[in-house]
Ligand binder design. Structure first.
Ligand SMILES: [Zn+2]
Length: 274
């Protein structure tokens, strides 16, 4: 099962895929993607991601999470700053569907100044993050994590909370901070957007391959900023990482898939269990 791709972080329940989902899934399978670790950003998406697992049980591995940035009602992210009560509607769902979840995510911290301008905003994000980390521990699930302008504090918080299994998706912090995460046993995934510049070459070079996974973050973070991204583009970060590390794409594909199933063991069973 490991001679395949695992997209460790994608938003297949996003509205952007509603119209031509069948086609997207067809291209996903043609690209040898065997598992889509399907994260959510808000409670409103939870049902959709379970429906997708019903439709594609061999492919979709659901995660529930409340993202630090909420775009409720189509407003811009900055329009709704997250509060602990935003988790209220989600809480029972985590427990009701725990058997089907492969991880808690997308959760995390985003301290980009225009998203979290005040200390209160950052404190609120922290409460929501810590609460979901505690749920992950309670349910014995790994976490699928967003961090932006908050690399160090995200890793420190997870360590303090006793989190041992985490994926830091689209990580863009300093290599020295990433290596703290490596020491803690965390993994890092990179989307097609890394190919747009050489900014993260040094970072990718320093993280051992055993701590790297592949993702697309579809429909965002594609090779072209203005074009919808989709899971079949996972070949791009694979080749890019292979190039930086002087390895074959086949090696990167194999090792990252092994890493992914080690981190998300329930995702590996999504074929046989259903
Ligand atoms: Zn995401």
């Amino acid at each position: 099962m490991e001679n395949c791709f695992v997209d460790c972080h994608c938003h297949i329940s996003a509205n952007e895929f509603e119209e031509d989902l069948e086609e997207v899934i067809k291209r996903t399978r043609e690209a040898s993607v065997k598992t889509l670790v399907a994260v959510t950003e808000e409670v409103g998406e939870f049902t959709r991601v379970l429906q997708l697992q019903d439709s594609y049980p061999d492919l979709v591995a659901p995660c529930f999470g409340v993202h630090p940035l909420q775009a409720s009602g189509g407003l811009s992210y900055a329009a709704h700053r997250i509060k602990l009560y935003d988790l209220d509607a989600a809480l029972t769902q985590f427990y009701d569907h725990k058997e089907r979840l492969v991880a808690i995510g997308e959760i995390g911290l985003d301290f980009t100044p225009w998203c979290a301008p005040t200390q209160q905003d950052r404190d609120d994000q922290m409460s929501v993050f810590i609460k979901q980390l505690s749920i992950a521990k309670e349910l014995d699930l790994p976490v699928n994590v967003h961090s932006r302008s908050a690399a160090k504090v995200t890793i420190e918080t997870m360590r303090e909370q006793g989190i041992s299994r985490a994926l830091l998706h689209n990580f863009a912090g300093k290599p020295s901070i990433a290596l703290e995460g490596v020491k803690a046993g965390y993994l890092f995934s990179f989307p097609p957007a890394v190919c747009r510049s050489q900014q993260r070459n040094k970072l990718i070079k320093q993280i051992p391959l055993e701590h790297i996974c592949l993702e697309t973050d579809s429909p965002a973070l594609g090779p072209d900023k203005h074009v919808r991204n989709e899971p079949s583009n996972i070949t791009l970060p694979c080749c890019y990482i292979a190039d930086i590390k002087g390895l074959s794409p086949q090696t990167v594909r194999l090792v990252t898939a092994q890493n992914a199933y080690r981190l998300f063991p329930k995702a590996n069973g999504c074929t046989s269990d259903m």
